[in-house]
Design a protein around this ligand. Structure first.
Ligand code: HEM
Length: 552
């Protein structure tokens, strides 16, 4: 054996080291390693430890620790320098995406997007917007193997029901810790099977069953806001969070979190936001997120949140609720076990079912404070409904065109998933409607925020104009497909009808009971600047002044 090692003399044989580096690049390039990068780290650690040991044992010239380190380090430098040079040369000048325009440095690494687009203000969607203005084209290369696509006519190809694209590796970032949810599974057949149960949990009959709960939570919120209105300023973002968390707990798990009742930020909301935070950066470098969750460094909150949501489900499994909830439809009553997939679905419901609605409610308050004439017009429409009732039920506000116009306009200007979702081209590639050919296994993002503010699709796109949705200004929507806050196709938001019921119920009652304006010292800049894009958003604080319209 020693003879053999001596003959090969790997550490002294530069061509072999270079060849191994090139083979490594080939393996990295042809496979999907985003979520298996730890395997390479393991192989490298073993290989270089092996080289150090074999040098020490077999080479008379290498007999001190210093000499062993020197030889191993030289080997590592040659290997990694070759690997880096090969990767960078390929990504920069020979890659299949080399003809797609984009920032020069972005073609070498996604780290560029992180430094240029995320770290300045954690609002990556704004950087996407800047790229579109700078390059004035619909397809921009924003990473070595990634493009950002801005044209609405590509939506059916990328997201539509017949799309051949599949979910990208972003979705498997921490599958190894929590299992795959219906949302994170990348297997189309598995998604189809699991989505059936979710569809059942949000069909018309189920939604009707959830209505009384929504009414109860809206009443509780309004009662608390009446008390809060005695203060000069109310932190609306907090109350939006409490409400949506209570609804999600009740409708999802028949569990009362009682946050509106307590009126204080519960640790679990903080934990939820902290668990999503790493995605703002590591959502762009999958291998980073994967390593983070494997080593727990920096992913403590995420792991704790996964545990917490598993416990919520465990406790739910022990009871038979009086009213059906979402998990009445998802859990198998004949099976005592809770699978990792069910635990992952539990976290999916907590994240998707609370944060998105809370963020949208906060933006509704922001836009209504900024556009007082819209608020007055909305109030007129709301006052006309069932004037003798002191509280409007979900059913009462199901078909108010101007209310839906306000909500749609907020979802257009402030989508809860602003940077969009990742898809991957099929192996044979994809030709976009503008003729651009995207080779196979390329990652695509369609930034919802940019598309929904594009003047090609919406007249005066930055104006808050609910009338564009009500029939009063129909020409103001030029391309309806470009409105995709809940996404579209087989992976679209299963909870969108429930979300609309919540948004209508809270907005209508809020506007019926209070005049709302920015609190003193507030101008809306905190929510604009401090909102953090973490796939969903952690919205910044918004303080409002509520003036009751009726005496208690
Ligand atoms: C304003 C509120 C909401 C917005 C803007 C929103 C947006 C979205 C978007 C864009 C997706 C697609 C994600 C992707 O493809 O990766 C999605 C998926 C999903 N949403 Fe929502 N959502 C909202 C509220 C809700 C609510 C209230 C629930 C449940 C209670 C919910 C449950 C889900 C689930 C389970 C999925 C995964 C569906 C699948 O992959 O088949 N969402 N949502």
């Amino acid at each position: 054996m020693t003879q053999l090692i001596r003959r090969v003399e790997l550490a002294h044989n530069k061509p072999i080291i270079i060849l191994l580096a090139l083979l490594t690049h080939h393996a990295l390039h042809t496979g999907e390693w985003d979520n298996r990068f730890h395997i390479f780290l393991g192989i490298w650690t073993l290989a270089f430890s092996g080289i150090a040991a074999s040098e020490y044992m077999s080479d008379e010239r290498v007999k001190t620790v210093g000499a062993v380190i020197q030889v191993t380090a030289t080997t590592a430098v040659i290997y990694f320098a070759t690997l880096a040079a090969s990767i960078l040369l390929h990504r920069g000048f020979f890659h299949r995406l080399r003809k797609i325009p984009g920032p020069f440095l972005a073609r070498f690494s996604k780290l560029y997007g992180i430094f240029a687009g995320v770290l300045p203000d954690f609002q990556y969607f704004k950087w996407c917007e800047k790229m579109k203005e700078e390059y004035k084209t619909d397809v921009i290369r924003t990473g070595p193997r990634e493009v950002t696509v801005y044209c609405a006519d590509a939506i059916p190809l990328i997201h539509g029901p017949m799309s051949r694209c599949r979910k990208g590796p972003w979705y498997s970032g921490y599958t190894h810790v929590g299992g795959d949810s219906a949302h994170t599974t990348r297997d189309k057949e598995e998604h189809k099977r699991r989505r059936k149960a979710w569809d059942h949990a949000f069909n018309a009959k189920a939604l009707r069953e959830y209505e009384p709960r929504l009414n109860r939570h809206a009443v509780a919120l309004m009662e608390q806001l009446k008390e809060q209105a005695k203060q000069p300023s109310v932190c609306f973002t907090n109350w939006a969070n409490y409400y949506s968390f209570d609804v999600m707990g009740d409708v999802g798990f028949s569990r009362s979190f009682g946050m509106v009742e307590k009126g204080e930020e519960a640790d679990v909301i903080k934990l939820l936001h902290e668990s999503m935070s790493p995605l703002s950066v590591f959502g762009h470098v999958n291998w980073g997120l994967n390593l983070l969750t494997r080593t727990s460094v920096g992913a403590k909150a995420l792991l704790e949140h996964i545990d917490w949501t598993s416990n919520v489900l465990k406790e739910r499994k022990l009871v038979t609720p009086k009213e059906n909830d979402v998990f009445s439809r998802l859990l198998d009553p004949n099976d005592d076990k809770i699978t990792p997939e069910m635990n992952a679905d539990s976290r999916l419901l907590v994240v998707a079912g609370s944060d998105t609605t809370a963020a949208t409610l906060a933006w509704i308050a922001y836009e209504l404070c900024k556009n007082l004439e819209v608020q007055a017009k909305l109030r007129k429409a709301i006052d006309a409904i069932e004037p003798e009732k002191w509280h409007l039920d979900v059913d009462d506000v199901a078909n108010i065109a101007f209310l839906d116009g306000v909500i749609n306009e907020v979802l257009r200007l402030h989508p809860a998933v602003p940077s969009g979702v990742q898809r991957e081209t099929p192996p044979e590639g994809l030709t976009l409607p503008n003729g651009t050919f995207l080779p196979g296994n390329v990652h695509i993002w369609m930034p919802i925020h940019s598309i929904q503010r594009d003047p090609r699709y919406f007249q005066k796109p930055l104006d808050f104009m609910p009338e564009r949705w009500t029939g009063e200004q129909p020409d103001a929507v030029i391309e309806k497909r470009a409105f995709m806050p809940f996404n579209t196709g087989v992976y679209n938001c299963v909870g969108q009808k429930l979300a609309m019921m919540e948004l209508r119920s809270v907005t209508a009652n809020l506007i019926r009971l209070f005049e709302m304006s920015f609190a003193e010292g507030e101008d809306g800049s905190t929510i604009e600047k401090k909102t953090r894009d973490c796939f969903t958003t952690n919205v910044g604080k918004l303080d409002v002044k509520l003036t009751p319209r009726y005496k208690a």
